[in-house]
Design a protein around this ligand. Structure first.
Ligand SMILES: [Ca+2]
Ligand SMILES: [Ca+2]
Length: 260
């Protein structure tokens, strides 16, 4: 029998959906797209300087370039999620004299193509403050895109004849609202997770209620309706972890966390 965590802290669960440190010196990370939209044959690549490895896009490479180079994350599936979503990264201009690199951070909710990145989250021209080794963190709230499938891009464009735009340490964090409910809320119910029978037995004031099994990312992984005061959820192949059972009934909802 598994210990049931009937009381729980009202702290939101933080999940890292994407962490990319660009530390493979050979290649851009698998699953990322590199779009040379201006068609000059030069796009994002991996650079190494001393012990640092990062992604770079040039606006000068022996001759002046006019880049429109998109570096695109893998697709992030945010369906069924609600809460807070943040993207964080570090940006830098490679030259201490030619630092006016320009880029936009943008999101596509459809395809990973240049034309689809119509949601501009941030756009800036770098200054001497972000030049010559002064890696500068940027963080933006992109919660508005929860519930969709998205791609995020860094597009180096609208600049020429500087040197290189550098990008490193990309994170996408999700803070689930699951777990914010009061533990004393109704409907009242009792959980018995049972690994031996691969099931979760729920009993209480749940007749006619909607029962959801929710993972740490806030994703509903099983949903059913209870016709009586008890119900058994199947939990075969349920990975180890922390889960919630949420019961919605008569406009009220209650949640309980358990360890599996
Ligand atoms: Ca790195
Ligand atoms: Ca290009």
């Amino acid at each position: 029998m598994i210990i049931i965590l009937l009381s729980w802290m009202p702290s939101p669960a933080q999940v890292t959906l994407l962490e990319e440190l660009f530390n493979n010196p050979e290649n851009l990370p698998a699953g990322w797209l590199n779009i040379d939209q201006d068609g000059d044959g030069q796009a994002w690549l991996i650079n190494t300087y001393q012990t640092e490895i990062y992604a770079a896009s040039a606006s000068w490479n022996s001759i002046a370039l006019t880049p429109e180079n998109y570096l695109v994350t893998p697709q992030l599936n945010l369906q069924g999620m609600s809460g807070t979503l943040k993207v964080r990264y570090s940006i830098c201009a490679a030259s201490k004299n030619y630092y006016q690199e320009h880029y936009k951070l943008a999101i596509s909710t459809t395809t990973p193509t240049a034309q689809a990145f119509t949601n501009i989250i941030h756009e800036e021209t770098l200054t001497s403050l972000e030049a010559n080794g002064n890696w500068s963190p940027r963080e933006f709230d992109i919660s508005a895109f929860l519930g969709q499938n998205i791609y995020i891009t860094w597009c180096h464009y609208n600049c020429t004849d500087m040197y290189k735009l550098l990008l490193d340490s990309v994170y996408v964090w999700y803070y689930s609202n699951v777990g914010m409910e009061e533990s004393s809320c109704t409907p009242q119910f009792h959980l018995t997770p049972n690994k031996f029978s691969s099931s979760i037995y729920i009993t209480g004031n749940i007749e006619g209620g909607e029962i959801c099994l929710i993972n740490l990312a806030g994703q509903v992984i099983y949903r059913t309706f209870s016709l009586s005061s008890s119900v058994t959820l199947p939990a075969t192949h349920l990975p180890r972890g922390i889960y919630w059972v949420q019961v919605k009934k008569d406009g009220l909802q209650g949640s309980q966390k358990f360890a599996w």
